[in-house]
Design a protein around this ligand. Structure first.
Ligand code: MN3
Length: 247
Protein backbone atom coordinates (compact mmCIF):
# COMPACT_ATOMS: atom_id res chain seq x y z
CA UNK A 1 0.00 0.00 0.00
CA UNK A 2 1.50 3.36 -1.00
CA UNK A 3 1.05 6.51 1.05
CA UNK A 4 -1.95 7.69 -0.95
CA UNK A 5 -3.76 4.37 -0.62
CA UNK A 6 -2.87 4.30 3.05
CA UNK A 7 -4.41 7.75 3.64
CA UNK A 8 -7.48 6.78 1.65
CA UNK A 9 -7.93 3.63 3.75
CA UNK A 10 -7.40 5.65 6.90
CA UNK A 11 -10.08 8.16 5.94
CA UNK A 12 -12.50 5.34 5.09
CA UNK A 13 -11.87 3.81 8.51
CA UNK A 14 -12.56 7.14 10.23
CA UNK A 15 -15.79 7.59 8.25
CA UNK A 16 -16.75 4.06 9.28
CA UNK A 17 -15.99 4.84 12.93
CA UNK A 18 -17.94 8.10 12.80
CA UNK A 19 -20.95 6.33 11.29
CA UNK A 20 -20.88 3.50 13.81
CA UNK A 21 -20.53 5.79 16.84
CA UNK A 22 -23.36 7.93 15.45
CA UNK A 23 -25.65 4.97 15.04
CA UNK A 24 -24.66 3.73 18.50
CA UNK A 25 -25.61 7.09 19.96
CA UNK A 26 -29.02 6.80 18.31
CA UNK A 27 -29.73 3.45 19.94
CA UNK A 28 -31.78 3.86 23.10
CA UNK A 29 -29.85 2.63 26.14
CA UNK A 30 -31.16 -0.69 27.31
CA UNK A 31 -32.42 -1.06 30.84
CA UNK A 32 -29.89 -2.67 33.22
CA UNK A 33 -30.86 -6.36 33.34
CA UNK A 34 -29.88 -6.72 37.01
CA UNK A 35 -32.64 -4.24 37.93
CA UNK A 36 -35.33 -5.92 35.86
CA UNK A 37 -38.55 -7.15 37.50
CA UNK A 38 -39.07 -9.95 34.94
CA UNK A 39 -36.59 -11.35 32.42
CA UNK A 40 -39.27 -12.49 29.97
CA UNK A 41 -37.33 -15.69 29.44
CA UNK A 42 -39.83 -18.48 28.65
CA UNK A 43 -42.62 -15.91 28.88
CA UNK A 44 -43.62 -13.54 31.67
CA UNK A 45 -44.71 -15.03 34.97
CA UNK A 46 -47.04 -14.21 37.82
CA UNK A 47 -44.74 -13.51 40.79
CA UNK A 48 -45.06 -14.99 44.27
CA UNK A 49 -46.50 -12.54 46.75
CA UNK A 50 -43.98 -13.52 49.42
CA UNK A 51 -46.54 -12.97 52.21
CA UNK A 52 -50.04 -14.13 53.17
CA UNK A 53 -53.10 -12.46 51.65
CA UNK A 54 -54.10 -11.20 55.09
CA UNK A 55 -50.65 -9.80 56.01
CA UNK A 56 -51.69 -6.25 55.16
CA UNK A 57 -54.93 -6.26 57.18
CA UNK A 58 -56.61 -4.00 58.15
CA UNK A 59 -55.14 -1.59 55.60
CA UNK A 60 -55.57 -3.85 52.58
CA UNK A 61 -57.95 -6.76 53.07
CA UNK A 62 -57.16 -10.40 52.27
CA UNK A 63 -59.94 -10.82 49.70
CA UNK A 64 -58.76 -7.80 47.71
CA UNK A 65 -55.18 -9.09 47.74
CA UNK A 66 -56.26 -12.53 46.55
CA UNK A 67 -58.49 -11.29 43.71
CA UNK A 68 -56.00 -8.61 42.73
CA UNK A 69 -53.15 -11.11 42.31
CA UNK A 70 -54.88 -14.25 41.09
CA UNK A 71 -57.49 -12.64 38.81
CA UNK A 72 -56.38 -9.15 37.75
CA UNK A 73 -52.60 -9.59 37.65
CA UNK A 74 -52.86 -13.15 36.30
CA UNK A 75 -54.99 -11.86 33.40
CA UNK A 76 -52.38 -9.20 32.53
CA UNK A 77 -49.67 -11.87 32.43
CA UNK A 78 -51.70 -14.20 30.22
CA UNK A 79 -52.79 -11.44 27.84
CA UNK A 80 -49.25 -10.04 27.66
CA UNK A 81 -47.79 -13.42 26.71
CA UNK A 82 -50.54 -13.85 24.11
CA UNK A 83 -49.90 -10.38 22.68
CA UNK A 84 -46.16 -11.06 22.41
CA UNK A 85 -46.55 -14.43 20.70
CA UNK A 86 -45.56 -13.20 17.24
CA UNK A 87 -43.82 -10.01 18.32
CA UNK A 88 -40.13 -9.14 17.96
CA UNK A 89 -40.33 -7.99 21.59
CA UNK A 90 -40.80 -11.57 22.79
CA UNK A 91 -38.12 -12.89 25.15
CA UNK A 92 -36.71 -9.57 26.37
CA UNK A 93 -36.92 -7.98 29.83
CA UNK A 94 -40.20 -6.28 30.68
CA UNK A 95 -38.57 -2.83 31.00
CA UNK A 96 -37.24 -2.99 27.42
CA UNK A 97 -40.68 -4.05 26.19
CA UNK A 98 -42.20 -1.00 27.86
CA UNK A 99 -39.66 1.45 26.46
CA UNK A 100 -40.06 0.01 22.93
CA UNK A 101 -43.83 0.31 22.62
CA UNK A 102 -45.77 3.16 21.06
CA UNK A 103 -49.19 4.60 21.73
CA UNK A 104 -51.05 2.24 19.40
CA UNK A 105 -49.51 -0.99 20.75
CA UNK A 106 -52.64 -1.28 22.86
CA UNK A 107 -52.49 -4.92 24.02
CA UNK A 108 -48.81 -4.82 25.04
CA UNK A 109 -49.23 -1.35 26.53
CA UNK A 110 -52.15 -2.34 28.78
CA UNK A 111 -50.99 -5.80 29.75
CA UNK A 112 -47.24 -5.13 29.83
CA UNK A 113 -47.91 -2.09 32.00
CA UNK A 114 -50.31 -4.16 34.10
CA UNK A 115 -47.69 -6.86 34.66
CA UNK A 116 -44.84 -4.49 35.50
CA UNK A 117 -46.91 -2.19 37.73
CA UNK A 118 -48.36 -4.99 39.84
CA UNK A 119 -45.05 -6.86 40.13
CA UNK A 120 -43.54 -3.66 41.53
CA UNK A 121 -46.55 -2.95 43.74
CA UNK A 122 -46.36 -6.36 45.48
CA UNK A 123 -42.66 -5.85 46.19
CA UNK A 124 -43.39 -2.51 47.81
CA UNK A 125 -46.11 -3.82 50.07
CA UNK A 126 -45.31 -5.35 53.38
CA UNK A 127 -45.56 -3.99 56.87
CA UNK A 128 -42.28 -2.14 57.09
CA UNK A 129 -40.34 -1.45 60.23
CA UNK A 130 -40.41 2.19 59.24
CA UNK A 131 -43.46 4.34 58.50
CA UNK A 132 -41.24 7.03 57.03
CA UNK A 133 -38.62 7.01 54.25
CA UNK A 134 -35.17 5.75 55.20
CA UNK A 135 -31.53 6.40 54.29
CA UNK A 136 -30.56 8.10 51.05
CA UNK A 137 -34.13 8.17 49.77
CA UNK A 138 -35.29 10.01 52.90
CA UNK A 139 -32.59 12.64 52.35
CA UNK A 140 -33.47 12.98 48.66
CA UNK A 141 -37.20 13.39 49.45
CA UNK A 142 -36.45 16.12 51.98
CA UNK A 143 -34.11 17.88 49.57
CA UNK A 144 -36.55 17.74 46.65
CA UNK A 145 -39.94 18.26 48.29
CA UNK A 146 -39.05 20.09 51.52
CA UNK A 147 -40.20 17.35 53.87
CA UNK A 148 -41.76 13.90 53.96
CA UNK A 149 -45.05 15.54 54.90
CA UNK A 150 -44.99 17.74 51.79
CA UNK A 151 -44.06 14.79 49.58
CA UNK A 152 -46.91 12.74 51.03
CA UNK A 153 -49.36 15.55 50.36
CA UNK A 154 -48.18 15.90 46.75
CA UNK A 155 -48.31 12.14 46.16
CA UNK A 156 -51.77 11.85 47.77
CA UNK A 157 -53.09 14.71 45.60
CA UNK A 158 -51.71 13.07 42.47
CA UNK A 159 -53.38 9.78 43.50
CA UNK A 160 -56.67 11.41 44.46
CA UNK A 161 -56.89 13.58 41.35
CA UNK A 162 -56.12 10.85 38.82
CA UNK A 163 -59.53 10.61 37.16
CA UNK A 164 -60.78 7.06 36.70
CA UNK A 165 -58.18 4.29 36.74
CA UNK A 166 -54.44 4.72 36.99
CA UNK A 167 -51.31 4.91 39.10
CA UNK A 168 -49.37 7.49 41.11
CA UNK A 169 -45.58 7.41 41.00
CA UNK A 170 -42.41 8.58 42.67
CA UNK A 171 -39.67 8.29 40.05
CA UNK A 172 -36.18 9.42 39.09
CA UNK A 173 -35.80 11.41 35.87
CA UNK A 174 -32.78 11.28 33.54
CA UNK A 175 -30.92 13.77 35.75
CA UNK A 176 -31.62 11.46 38.71
CA UNK A 177 -34.03 13.99 40.21
CA UNK A 178 -37.10 12.71 42.06
CA UNK A 179 -40.53 13.64 40.68
CA UNK A 180 -44.14 12.78 41.43
CA UNK A 181 -46.55 11.98 38.59
CA UNK A 182 -49.57 9.92 37.70
CA UNK A 183 -50.54 7.93 34.64
CA UNK A 184 -53.87 6.65 33.29
CA UNK A 185 -54.80 2.97 33.05
CA UNK A 186 -51.66 0.77 33.20
CA UNK A 187 -49.20 3.29 31.75
CA UNK A 188 -46.01 4.00 33.70
CA UNK A 189 -42.92 6.25 33.54
CA UNK A 190 -40.88 3.56 31.73
CA UNK A 191 -43.08 3.95 28.61
CA UNK A 192 -40.81 6.63 27.23
CA UNK A 193 -42.56 6.83 23.84
CA UNK A 194 -45.98 7.28 25.42
CA UNK A 195 -45.90 9.20 28.70
CA UNK A 196 -44.81 12.82 29.12
CA UNK A 197 -43.05 12.33 32.49
CA UNK A 198 -40.45 9.63 31.87
CA UNK A 199 -38.24 7.96 34.44
CA UNK A 200 -37.47 5.05 36.70
CA UNK A 201 -40.30 4.31 39.16
CA UNK A 202 -39.05 4.09 42.74
CA UNK A 203 -42.56 3.47 44.03
CA UNK A 204 -46.08 3.32 42.64
CA UNK A 205 -49.62 3.18 43.97
CA UNK A 206 -52.46 1.40 42.19
CA UNK A 207 -55.53 3.68 42.29
CA UNK A 208 -57.82 1.48 40.22
CA UNK A 209 -61.05 0.81 42.11
CA UNK A 210 -60.28 -2.93 42.04
CA UNK A 211 -57.35 -2.18 44.39
CA UNK A 212 -59.58 -0.85 47.18
CA UNK A 213 -63.30 -1.06 46.43
CA UNK A 214 -64.17 -4.10 48.61
CA UNK A 215 -62.91 -2.41 51.75
CA UNK A 216 -63.02 1.32 51.02
CA UNK A 217 -65.75 1.55 48.35
CA UNK A 218 -65.48 5.07 46.87
CA UNK A 219 -63.16 6.39 49.59
CA UNK A 220 -59.88 6.54 47.69
CA UNK A 221 -58.41 9.01 50.19
CA UNK A 222 -58.75 6.49 53.04
CA UNK A 223 -57.12 3.80 50.89
CA UNK A 224 -54.17 6.13 50.24
CA UNK A 225 -53.80 6.63 54.01
CA UNK A 226 -53.80 2.84 54.42
CA UNK A 227 -51.09 2.54 51.76
CA UNK A 228 -48.62 4.57 53.86
CA UNK A 229 -49.12 2.04 56.66
CA UNK A 230 -48.05 -0.92 54.50
CA UNK A 231 -45.51 0.63 52.15
CA UNK A 232 -42.08 -0.92 52.63
CA UNK A 233 -39.65 2.00 52.59
CA UNK A 234 -36.65 -0.34 52.75
CA UNK A 235 -37.60 -1.74 49.34
CA UNK A 236 -38.14 1.74 47.91
CA UNK A 237 -34.76 2.88 49.19
CA UNK A 238 -33.06 -0.20 47.77
CA UNK A 239 -34.50 0.61 44.34
CA UNK A 240 -33.38 4.21 44.67
CA UNK A 241 -29.81 3.19 45.57
CA UNK A 242 -29.61 0.51 42.89
CA UNK A 243 -30.70 2.94 40.19
CA UNK A 244 -28.10 5.51 41.21
CA UNK A 245 -25.36 2.84 41.42
CA UNK A 246 -26.20 1.25 38.04
CA UNK A 247 -23.50 1.06 35.42
MN1 MN3 B 1 -54.48 -3.33 40.04
Amino acid sequence: MNKREFLKTLSLISVGLAVSSKSFAKTAPKFPAALSLDSGKDGFKLPELGFAYDALEPNIDAKTMEIHLTKHHAAYVKNLNDALKDSKLKGIIIEDVLSAIKENDTAIRNNGGGHYNHTLFWKLLFPSKSRVPVGNLAKAIDAKFGSFYKFKELFANESKNRFGSGWAWLSLDKENQLFVSSTPNQDNPLMSQIVSQKGFPVLGLDVWEHAYYLKYQNKRVDYIKGFWEVLNWEVAEERYNQWLAKK
